[in-house]
Write a protein that binds this ligand. Structure first.
Ligand code: I3P
Length: 109
């Protein structure tokens, strides 16, 4: 699965709250491949110029869990992803269909 999403970092991979200044929403082109969510700057995806960024922003979803972020009311169509290493992210998708599709893909991949 692929597509544009907005992402907010909430917790770092150690379970510590993401620091002020690093908590803003950013747009990425997201690719799910081999249990890894790659966040690219744009849809040129795995092109050479982007590979280091893609790897730097990679999120391992094995033993992670995606759920609708019903407690987050500032934006619509948002899900929360908690990873095995206790990182936590919010992702905003374009509509409710995309929201369900991302959640199901991440949880049942
Ligand atoms: C964050 C940014 C986020 C905001 C977050 C801020 O500032 O304004 O949009 O989250 O609030 O810390 P920065 O860009 O300096 O990291 P919301 O959009 O959800 O309000 P938070 O610290 O309460 O998560």
């Amino acid at each position: 699965k692929k597509g544009y999403v907005m992402r907010k970092c909430c917790m770092e991979p150690n379970g510590k709250r993401t620091a002020r200044g690093k908590r803003s929403w950013k747009m990425y082109y997201c690719t799910l491949r081999d249990l890894i969510l790659y966040l690219h700057k744009d849809d040129s995806g795995f092109r050479k110029s982007q590979i280091s960024d893609s790897i730097h922003n990679a999120i391992h979803i094995h033993h992670g869990l995606a759920t609708k972020a019903t407690d987050y009311t500032k934006k619509q169509h948002v899900f929360r992803l908690v990873t095995a290493d206790q990182a936590e992210y919010l992702f905003q998708t374009s509509d409710s269909k995309e929201l369900d599709s991302w959640i199901n893909t991440i949880n049942f991949v």
